[in-house]
Design a protein around this ligand. Structure first.
Ligand SMILES: *Cc1c(COP(=O)(O)O)cnc(C)c1O
Length: 426
């Protein structure tokens, strides 16, 4: 039976049997026992489904993956050790040396490095595009060997909003899937599949966990993309895999093809699993995600409104402010009409004053983390994005004075009081 997103947050995934444990058990086991050699052989050949080694699958992880698949409205999901592993696997599952893909330039700094530097070393080339360019302009980035388009629902840290329906149409017109990093929105606020995205990835380290206790990631498949319609382009999914005695994922697993390949091939070979202990913590976070997200948003709106009216603040960017150019898109794509709890702003006087302000904060902490129950700030030009050149920073939509403010779920009056006392120091 399918329930609303809020109910799925609390009760999705693990379903105890009569007399079974109410809370999701942690299967702290590397391996699983079978009665016969043949049963084990069938698992290795993907002829039967079951657990045999936690590097491939673990029951705790699968229950949490099932909950997230249900939250996103997808058919299957796989947990990964981090958001980085999820982003990498999501692209590498359909790209190999000699292939090309397109990514929005306004993305998380770690993903930018992964795509521009590390994947290039693997022979996979990326073209970065401005997601707000007209569709005719964006169409020019496609090549015969283009395999997917990648973007972020809400760009970290720039805060720009991806027009998912526009990007999905563009990708589909060129016969490739749209992969969306939905970390900042979470399915509570936006479900990219409802707007045509094909694959969703998350850094579960952020809002999904929400308490800053476990690094993790997830890949979710909508099951919508028809790989067989583009058989030759996605030969890795449609043609026999020699490492599984010639099994073809689309033929053997239908709508489960993409996630099965990611598990059976990439996880088997690259081993970036989430520990069952971390999956348990992630599940605890998910149980209150639907309560935390609206509070993050209303606190962010209150803080953005306060900062906008403070004469010491040069600029504020939060797409949930009614005069923001992306506000209409937020109304269309986001439940509750607010995008997330993260906003950006600059202080008059530039970089130097921004740093003085941050050092004066008391309640709001300086941490690398974002999207956490506790309010925190970060200066991307000196922290997360310090590897980028000024030009790359500009391309990613990050002015050097930008402060990323992740508004927590504390009392908004206390958050604003801390902002005020720190602004009074400059
Ligand atoms: C943090 C983050 C990542 C990377 O996730 P990790 O869990 O830190 O590996 C990817 N995308 C976005 C949008 C992020 O905020």
């Amino acid at each position: 039976m399918s329930h609303s997103i809020d109910t799925t947050c609390v009760q999705g995934g693990w379903q105890p049997e009569n007399g079974g444990p109410r809370q999701l058990p942690i299967y702290q086991s590397t391996t699983f026992k079978y009665a016969t050699s043949q049963q084990m052989a069938d698992l290795f050949d993907l002829k039967a489904s079951g657990y045999f080694y936690t590097r491939l699958q673990n029951p705790t992880n699968d229950q949490v993956a099932n909950k997230i698949a249900a939250l996103e409205g997808g058919v299957a999901a796989m947990l990964t050790s981090s958001g980085q592993a999820a982003s990498f696997f999501s692209v590498f599952n359909i790209c190999e040396a000699g292939d090309h893909f397109i990514s929005c330039s306004s993305i998380y700094g770690g993903t930018f490095n992964l795509f521009a530097i590390t994947m290039k070393k693997l022979g996979i080339e990326v073209t970065f595009v401005d997601q707000n360019a007209p569709a005719e302009e964006l169409a020019k980035a496609f090549r015969p060997n283009t395999k997917c388009v990648f973007g972020e629902t809400v760009a970290n840290p720039a805060g720009y909003i991806l027009d998912i329906a526009k990007m999905a149409k563009l990708a589909h017109d060129h016969g490739v899937p749209l992969i969306v990093d939905n970390t900042f929105a979470t399915p509570v606020l936006c479900r990219p599949f409802d707007f045509g995205a094909d694959i969703v990835v998350h850094s579960t380290t952020k809002y999904m966990d929400g308490h800053g206790c476990a690094v993790g990631g997830v890949i979710v498949d909508s099951g919508h993309f028809d790989w067989e319609q583009h058989h030759d382009r996605f030969a890795g999914l449609t043609e026999p895999d020699p490492s599984y005695h010639g099994l073809a994922y689309t033929k053997a697993f239908g709508k489960g093809a993409y996630i099965t390949k990611a598990t059976a091939q990439l996880m088997r070979d690259l081993g970036s699993i989430q520990s069952p202990q971390n999956a348990f913590l992630l599940n605890l976070g998910l149980e209150s995600l639907h309560l935390r997200m609206p509070r993050h948003c209303s606190n962010a709106l209150a803080a953005a409104t306060y900062l906008k009216n403070n004469p010491k603040v040069a600029w504020v960017h939060y797409a949930g402010l009614p005069d923001d150019p992306e506000y209409p898109l937020v109304q269309k794509q986001f439940r509750g009409g607010l995008p997330c709890g993260v906003l950006t702003f600059g202080i008059k006087g530039g970089r130097e004053q921004s740093i003085k302000f941050m050092d004066s904060l008391k309640l709001i902490a300086i941490v690398t983390h974002v999207a956490d129950a506790r309010s925190c700030v970060l200066h991307p030009a000196s922290h997360t994005h310090r590897q980028l050149t000024d030009e790359q920073l500009r391309e990613a939509g990050i002015p050097p004075d930008l402060i990323r403010f992740s508004v927590g779920i504390e009392d908004p009056d206390d958050i604003i009081a801390d902002l005020e006392q720190a602004l009074n120091q400059i």
